[in-house]
Design a protein around this ligand. Structure first.
Ligand code: ASP
Length: 449
């Protein structure tokens, strides 16, 4: 039994959904289908989820939202017409959106989550109807009915362990089960969505719950590439990755797979295959628990800009009990999570994503550290980019750092930070964002050409 998940581009219009039909037909092991909401049809198109969020934002400020609502309906109307299925769903969508907007008994966060879920929910109904027209015994199953139980954190649901045994019961159901991705229900029946891109999480969760033989995640690329194809032309495809490698790559900018989505599949050791809806014959990338060790251990190079480092220095820091804890506690109390924290004897840097750091937060943190920790020096260093060289066995392979630093030197890129040893599958370099593309191109040459 396989779980197949189709991302936004795979359900962007009727033509794409027809490809899903062809992928499922004649493949009886593809029993569980999870879908995203319709994504972009072309570069500057809007995603359905963004349209629904914009509708909600206008409505909650008591502004006119009918144009946005019409765009949502037009999008679905186009899809059902292309698929030649009943248009009754359009009224259901309109009524659901209006009743969520007009309801008084929910908080804004919960109402927004209910609105956002309509993209996936309606899409699952449409896909299931379409599969029926192909003669398949398909059934739409709501996440509540399927058993997806989550925490009460609007926009950031976490899976609760009770889900797994409930989901296992789905194996007994007849035919093809079509489940909307991206949301679940709390024990008190509140609809809560995962973080953005979270349909991958649903797919992985269902795969773990039903103990699938394989979780196939269909996107619009033939495989996971060794570097970002926007930076290096035609980079090498990765055939096999371990969960750990995928986690490191998706953390640092490989947006092919949601980074939280691996956990359920990983815990149950369910292999994941990333495939292309537009080219389903391509073998794709397999993500597995273990793979044969290889001499060329580096599988990919990920990178992401948008980081800052908080640098704090104090003479004899290494002897001051609790210094690191107090520093991190200040960040915690300012609701800032940190990414890395390389340290020296008298210095400590904490790497933070810029999205968390407003000018006022920066000021508040600086003031508190000055007052509470009396450092000799404190500063924020902006415009940092992180590069992750990823591969099982990096820690025990001779010469990786030498190759990487030579590549960065060749590209005339200054290394501001190196972090090696805290993970056995990655080596991290911090550089100024301005040199990022040059750095990646040069690293690619050294490791893959
Ligand atoms: N539709 C949701 C989003 O755009 C979830 C997903 O597509 O995975 O974030």
């Amino acid at each position: 039994m396989n779980v197949v998940k189709f991302g936004g581009s795979s359900v962007a219009n009727g033509n794409q959904i027809k490809k899903i039909g062809a992928i499922i037909q004649g493949e009886p092991e593809r029993k569980f289908v999870v879908v995203s909401a319709p994504g972009k049809r072309y570069k500057n198109d809007l995603k359905m989820t963004d349209l629904l969020i914009e509708t909600g934002e206008l409505a909650f400020q008591n502004k006119r939202y009918t144009e946005k609502l019409d765009l949502v309906l037009d999008r679905f109307s186009e899809i059902v017409k292309e698929l030649n299925i009943s248009t009754t769903i359009l009224d259901d969508i309109k009524n659901s959106i209006q009743s969520i907007i007009n309801s008084d008994d929910e908080s804004r966060g919960l109402k927004m989550d209910a609105l956002k879920s309509i993209g996936e929910d309606s899409c699952a109904k449409v896909v299931s109807e379409y599969l029926k027209t192909l003669g398949l015994n398909a059934h739409y199953v709501n996440p509540k009915d399927a058993g997806i139980i989550v925490s009460n954190e609007p926009g950031h649901a976490q899976i609760l362990p009770d889900s797994f045994s409930k989901l296992y019961g789905l194996r007994q159901r007849e035919g093809i089960i079509v489940i909307p991705g991206f949301f679940g229900f709390t024990k008190n029946n509140r609809l809560i969505t995962f973080s953005r891109g979270g349909s991958d999480i649903t797919g992985s969760l269902v795969a773990a719950g039903v103990k699938a033989d394989l979780y196939e995640n269909f996107t619009d690329v033939d495989s996971v590439y060794s570097v970002n194809p926007a930076i290096v032309e035609n980079p090498r495809e990765i055939k096999t990755l371990t969960y750990k490698e995928m986690r490191e790559l998706s953390y640092a900018g490989f947006s092919v797979f949601h980074d939280e989505a691996l956990i359920p599949a990983f815990q149950q050791k369910i292999p994941v295959c990333i495939k292309n809806t537009n080219n389903p014959k391509a073998s794709g990338t397999m993500i597995v628990a273990n793979k044969k060790p290889s001499k060329k251990c580096v599988v990919g190079i990920a990178s992401d800009a948008g980081f800052s480092s908080l640098y704090v220095s104090k003479y004899l820091m290494n002897r001051e009990l609790g210094f690191g804890r107090k520093l991190l506690q200040i960040l915690e109390e300012e609701s800032i999570s940190f990414e890395h924290a390389p340290s020296g004897i008298d210095d400590m840097s904490v790497i933070i994503r810029d999205t968390q750091l407003t000018a006022s937060k920066e000021e508040a943190i600086k003031n508190r550290i000055k007052k509470e920790l009396q450092p000799d020096m404190i500063m924020f260093n902006r415009n940092l980019a992180m590069i992750m060289i990823v591969g099982e066995g990096i820690m025990s392979t001779v010469g990786i750092a030498q190759k990487a630093t030579t590549a960065l030197t060749d590209a005339n890129v200054n290394i501001e930070m190196i972090n090696q040893g805290s993970s056995d599958v990655s080596m991290m370099f911090g550089i100024q964002s301005e040199g990022l593309n040059r750095a990646i191109q040069s690293l690619y040459k050294v490791f893959f050409e």
